[in-house]
Design a protein around this ligand. Sequence first.
Ligand code: ATP
Ligand code: LTN
Length: 327
Amino acid sequence: MKKQVFSGIQPTGNIHIGNYFGAMKHWAASQAEFSNIFCIVDLHAITVPQDPQVLKVKIREVAGLLFAAGINWQESAVFLQSQVSAHAELAWILNCFIPTGWMKRMTQFKEKSEKMKDEVSVGLFDYPALMAADILLYEADLVPVGEDQKQHVEFTRDIAQRFNSIYGKTLKVPEPLIPKVGARIMGLDDPSKKMSKSEGKSAHAVNLLDSPDIIRSKIGRATTDSLREIRFDKNRPGIYNLLVIYELFTGLARPDIERHFQGKGYADFKRELAEVVVEGLRPLQSRYHELTADPKYIDSLFIEGASKVRPTAERTLKKVKERVGLG
Ligand code: ATP
Ligand code: LTN
């Protein structure tokens, strides 16, 4: 029996190389080993304001990028969260078992809500409950995520254990699966912050669909420091981050990379890095354009994906409802 893997991605902003190396690449690579379910979490997306037209476009764009990144829709299930109603239903039931103190400790909420002050929605506060429902519905063994999402997976484990301790073994307790290299790519403009889809600044992230010229310009403007040496030194976050990106795209070992750039300046390094990224993204971009030429095609894959996963989700929901005494 293959282990069950579940992960989710928000259909917001522009998908960037951090998402690719922190998530999508691992999802695609693990398809032979695991039974995979990937969810485009549109219900999570609306926890912050969204333009409906843009959201619709982004949902299809993310799906196209997942498929272009090598996720095979026959081997894996890819579906849209809002098309399987069990997610919202289980989230509500879990809400009734989550102490508010647990929610108040969630760092992603604290970070996001600081920026938005009183405009913060209840949905954003409740984000972890919906994420727990996503994972628990499919009895996932493993949840591949970047480091930033580890706290949410731990929260999921806690609520599953709490539910099980009240009602007897019902929910499978999942484990996070965090990649070692590239778990966290930082912003090009500010290497103290993680590269993020929701950061609006133009030179912050290399997006998967950026044109070669845009990529060159963003990397050319990336923050470095006033030193000269090109070395993997965590105390110099700008150059370290660029070297990690080079490492991820080339697959070369760190000592070889340092040797290669010995005696060279930052400008040369950035030029070479930009070409490595442009060439690295080229095949993915052309697959993406082929796949999305007919938008109805992606919609038909969503319908297929939801019908594949719905029976499992409904089975878990039914079990939970019975335990709680509902219906
Ligand atoms: P947002 O800005 O909306 O929080 P995001 O860029 O963090 O967006 P998500 O949709 O939250 O993207 O994440 C999708 C996947 O990509 C998750 O598994 C997440 O951990 C991973 N991920 C996101 N940003 C990075 C990053 N900078 N480095 C590595 N992995 C990342
Ligand atoms: N919160 C996650 C997206 C997400 C997810 C999930 C990831 C929603 N539901 C279930 C793993 C499993 C994020 O922002 N990356």
